[in-house]
Ligand binder design. Structure first.
Ligand code: HEC
Ligand code: HEC
Ligand code: HEC
Ligand code: HEC
Length: 426
């Protein structure tokens, strides 16, 4: 063969190889093959019944009951109190329920049990608290509309027969993915997104985004609202809250600094959305519900846990570095974030204390004190936005470190303003 012929042969070969590779990738990313829909009667929420039709998915769902540490040393599903490692929590959440009980989250089947057991709620807590814990929300919302949100939680407990189960994410008649939380549907609607028209790819994140997000309860109605009208960055949400939406101006007032504070709630979806994976269209399910095989049959893992338990399935469809390399990458990001998160939390505690001491001075400068409170309010929101997020920064390392840096700076500025207010150095 001539040199030219060899070259053409090589090029053709490479092109063929490329096509085979792309085709293999596409097949690898395709949904599991045989899903027989229409086997589940509407209104059936018991996952064991769904499990008879979909045994592989059910078997992996049952693994959510297992409890163990995460391989990274962060997260995991053991019910440990965050304040053991982060005592600053006790200062920063003083005067509110998160200083009494703030334990690590665990698997979806525990959602109702953990809600009933947490010291954060009382029988008088609003029904809104159950929005993200049970599939029975479907009927409760159908019956009562948003009135359920104001109904005392204790009245709704008997109706909460199942935790987070198949029906939270699947329409039983088609098995298509669906979102049942009205707050998510409304918030996306205000952003111009019709969730009922979302693509399958988008739904692979929206089903999680219906719960793993920041929210607040509207004061009069207890209605659940996601503060996304100005965007999903913590600065956008802070700006939204500054408008006192529906008369909402704080979750509680800190007893020392007398500052009106916001409590951030697990903004996993928002943090992921602005990160490299979110921006590249990599969905929550890609990492947390990877495709598996059982005797040649392909299915999505329904063990929704740390992807680092199975790097092979979770990361290797798109990356080819070793499992060890990934564990090291993820841990490096998390250690860096943890260090700054802890510093931000401690600096914030100092700011609350300094403002509290300054305010006790008879002739404290009111203007400087107000300035200090404004700074500490924002510093707390920025710190908590990261502390309440579940991935210790992995979902978006760059934004997370930036937000923590800003928090530390604002807390230090708050201390300086408190010092000026009192004319001392605390
Ligand atoms: C937290 C949301 C969530 C819950 C809860 C859930 N699923 Fe899924 N399920 C998904 C996602 C995401 C997919 C992937 C769908 C896709 O890519 O189209 C999926 C896919 C499936 C499929 C399609 C085949 C496959 O494995 O990809 C079946 C069948 C299924 N789930 C059954 C169940 C059953 C049975 C339960 C309850 C035991 C359940 N699911 C609970 C989110 C959920
Ligand atoms: C109906 C609301 C809801 C939906 C839908 C939902 N989650 Fe959760 N998720 C929760 C709650 C609540 C907890 C904490 C449960 C507890 O600690 O009792 C949790 C816990 C978790 C955990 C921690 C598990 C552990 O073992 O530590 C992970 C990971 C997780 N969810 C990821 C996801 C992903 C990914 C999706 C979408 C495929 C999703 N969740 C959909 C509400 C939800
Ligand atoms: C690129 C992969 C990837 C994507 C996409 C992703 N995550 Fe994660 N997630 C991770 C990793 C890695 C961790 C850290 C796990 C650890 O520390 O063991 C994590 C941690 C979590 C945790 C805490 C788990 C625990 O053990 O407590 C939750 C909850 C979670 N992610 C939810 C989500 C949600 C919701 C989305 C989509 C909005 C999402 N993740 C998108 C990789 C991903
Ligand atoms: C569906 C595809 C997909 C999956 C699954 C996936 N990634 Fe990625 N990952 C990407 C893309 C796309 C990028 C952007 C850079 C690029 O193109 O390589 C990226 C980038 C990264 C980066 C560099 C981040 C940065 O800030 O530049 C790390 C680290 C990473 N991924 C870790 C993981 C880990 C850990 C997992 C498994 C838990 C995972 N990825 C799963 C597609 C994926």
């Amino acid at each position: 063969m001539s040199k030219k012929g060899t070259l053409v042969g090589v090029v053709v070969g490479l092109v063929c190889l490329g096509i085979v590779f792309v085709a293999a990738r596409v097949v690898a990313m395709r949904p599991a093959s045989t899903v027989k829909a229409g086997q589940i009667p509407p209104g059936e929420y018991d996952p064991a019944v769904w499990g008879k039709a979909y045994p592989l998915e059910y078997k992996s769902y049952q693994k959510n009951l297992e409890m163990s540490e995460s391989p990274t040393g962060f997260g995991g599903s053991l019910k440990v109190q965050h304040s053991v490692k982060e005592p600053e929590i006790l200062v920063n959440f003083k005067g509110m329920v998160f200083s009494k009980d703030y334990s690590e989250d665990r698997g979806h089947p525990y959602a109702v049990k953990d809600l009933m057991e947490t010291k954060r709620i009382t029988p008088k807590s609003p029904g809104a608290c159950m929005t993200c814990k049970t599939a029975n929300l479907i009927d409760i919302y159908k019956d009562k509309g948003w009135v359920y949100a104001k109904t005392p939680l204790a009245e709704l407990f008997p109706l909460m027969k199942h935790p987070i189960v198949c029906a939270n994410c699947h329409d039983p008649s088609t098995m298509n993915l669906r979102v049942i939380n009205p707050a998510f549907i409304e918030a996306m609607g205000r952003r111009g997104v019709d969730v009922s028209k979302a693509s399958r790819e988008e739904m692979r994140s929206y089903v999680c985004g219906q719960c793993h997000v920041e929210y607040y309860f509207e004061p009069e109605t207890s209605r659940v609202i996601l503060p996304w009208d100005k965007g999903l960055h913590p600065a956008d949400m802070y700006a939204y809250y500054e408008g006192k939406p529906g008369g909402f101006s704080q979750d509680w007032i800190h007893p020392d600094s007398e500052t009106k504070l916001l409590k951030a709630q697990h903004p996993d979806f928002e943090t992921w959305n602005n990160g490299v994976h979110g921006k590249s269209g990599v969905s929550c399910a890609d990492c947390h519900m990877p495709f598996m095989r059982d005797k040649g049959q392909k299915y999505s893992s329904h063990w929704v846990t740390s992807p680092m338990r199975n790097v092979e399935a979770s990361c290797h469809p798109c990356h080819n570095q070793s499992g060890e390399w990934f564990l090291d990458r993820v841990k490096t990001v998390q250690n860096n974030v943890w260090q700054l998160q802890h510093t931000a939390g401690l600096t914030l505690s100092r700011a609350h204390e300094a403002i509290g001491k300054a305010a006790m001075r008879k002739n404290a400068d009111k203007k400087e004190l107000d300035k200090a409170r404004e700074l500490v309010r924002k510093a707390q929101w920025y710190w908590d936005f990261v502390a309440a997020e579940n991935s210790m920064g992995f979902h978006n390392p760059v934004q997370t470190l930036n937000v923590l840096g800003q928090s530390i700076d604002m807390s230090n500025q708050a201390v300086a303003a408190a010092n000026r207010a009192a004319g001392s150095v605390f």
